[in-house]
Design a protein around this ligand. Structure first.
Ligand SMILES: O=C(O)CCC(=O)C(=O)O
Ligand SMILES: [Fe+2]
Length: 363
């Protein structure tokens, strides 16, 4: 057996068995990162150098939703959202109806969860993804070439919110769940209209009934140029609503460049995920994104809510309304359960899983 591989497996096991995550490493006072976290140069392209956002300030639109219930203003909002979803796959929204004090409460609660004494958290730590509430560091730890610098509180919000939420963040998560459901529904309606579909087309297919939350904790990283916070990937669900704090580090792939998704006070980040790319027949783009390792002393917190179909064994494919002679179906239908299984049985990656459903172009 290759000794380097053997050592890596040992190191990974030791890290995982500690159940203390990346935060545990930082708390132990390390000044350099363990080898298992060192990414190959390909993954680190553009890390540590200035992002290209400065030259392309308008790539990631900030869309004001305050007119969404006005007949006069709504078409313009739909147009902006559809354009962003086709061109970029990600946008930010403001005036979505959720106050910044709600943001601060839930971000603070997720931080408090990760910063409570280890014995409060380790009972939730596990390697498989089956529990309704789990603490995990690197969902793809066993499959990836390199681990990334973050820990995650991963919990199911819907269709059924687990009864036993951790005390330290229970109220805030209950509150967040209500707000995020409203924002998701509003945006999903606008996205449907942008495709020329009825506003409730996706809602009626129970595409919004499932919600999974990732409460991400990115501790200070002593060598941020050697690792990642999250390696490049697309999201597996239908749509993601992301709340990030003001630290920064999220980037999207746009053409050949990595472009910063700059934190905007009061804004929520929305991105198209894999199932929506499939169902929109390739109109909307499931955007590749990544997070650089956190170089600031203060931990970075983000909360991603992945909207997903609640009927996991139903087949989902391009909406028939979006298939025509000019534009035949670009994907075969897939069970959501099959997609999730494929997605989490490998290293987090770009559009690679989607390629297994892509139909050969007839031209
Ligand atoms: O932390 C972030 O800003 C993004 C996290 C993310 O991409 C994810 O949880 O899928
Ligand atoms: Fe993501």
């Amino acid at each position: 057996m290759n000794t380097e591989l053997f050592d890596r497996a040992q190191e990974i096991k030791k890290f995982d068995d500690s159940k203390l995550g990346v935060k545990g490493l930082v708390d132990s006072g390390i000044t350099s990162i363990p080898q298992i976290f060192v990414h190959p140069p390909e993954t680190l392209s553009g890390i540590g150098s200035k992002s290209t956002t400065e030259h392309k300030p308008d790539i990631i639109p900030i869309i004001d939703l305050s007119g969404a219930d006005s007949d006069l203003l709504r078409p313009t909002i739909v147009e902006k959202i559809a354009h962003a979803s086709r061109d970029v796959g990600l946008f930010q929204v403001v005036n979505h109806g959720v106050g910044v004090e709600v943001f601060d409460r839930v971000l603070g609660a997720i931080r408090a969860f990760h910063e409570q004494p280890a014995e409060m958290k380790t009972p939730l730590y596990r390697r498989d993804l089956n529990g309704d509430i789990i603490l995990i560091s690197n969902v793809d730890l066993l499959y990836s070439k390199a681990a990334s610098w973050r820990d995650t509180l991963r919990l199911k919000l819907a269709p059924n919110l687990p009864e036993k939420l951790p005390d330290i963040c229970r109220n805030e998560i209950v509150e967040w769940n209500q707000h995020v459901a409203q924002v998701g529904e509003l945006v999903m309606g606008l996205l449907c209209e942008g495709l020329g579909l009825e506003t409730d087309r996706m809602k009626e297919m129970s595409l919004l009934e499932g919600r999974l939350m990732a409460g991400q904790y990115y501790p200070f990283c002593p060598q941020p140029n050697l690792t990642m916070g999250v390696a490049a990937h697309t999201d597996f669900g239908v749509l993601t609503v992301l709340l990030q704090d003001q630290t920064g580090g999220l980037q999207i792939k746009y053409g050949e460049d990595w472009v910063d998704v700059k934190p905007v006070p009061g804004a929520l980040v929305i991105n198209v995920a894999d199932m929506l790319q499939i169902m929109s027949n390739d109109e909307y783009k499931s955007v590749e994104h990544r997070v650089s390792a956190n170089s600031s002393r203060k931990p970075r917190i983000s909360i991603a809510v992945f909207f997903e179909p609640s009927k996991k064994d139903n087949l989902y494919g391009p909406f028939p309304e979006l298939i025509s002679l000019e534009k035949p179906a670009r994907f075969r239908s897939v069970k959501f359960s099959e997609h999730v299984q494929r997605f989490f049985a490998k290293e987090l990656g770009g559009q690679s899983v989607m390629d297994s459903y892509r139909l050969p172009s007839k031209k």
